[in-house]
Design a protein. Sequence first.
Length: 110
Amino acid sequence: MNTMHYRGYEATVAYDEDAELFHGEVLNLRDVITFQGKSVAELKTALAESVEDYLAFCRERGEAPEKPYSGQFMVRIEPPLHRALVTAAKRSGLSLNKWVCGVLERAASA
């Protein structure tokens, strides 16, 4: 499965050999945004049109569109673990935020 991006939205793309058609879906939204095309150029255009249609639909309804992740999330942990993480970050010469980002990046790519 491959991915494409448009205006901060990420989509997965697959090829249907029987239909000879690429199809995709925007990820991480409650709303469903799909698109398709017979070539990469058509697929790029279809993704852009689908996202723009979604944004226009939201404007018409007076609703805020769902946005890709902001890059912020809260995690609640026990104080002893919090202390241990701060200590590990300090030993590495990093802020807690940078240290945790590094740990999460390594875990996500494993």
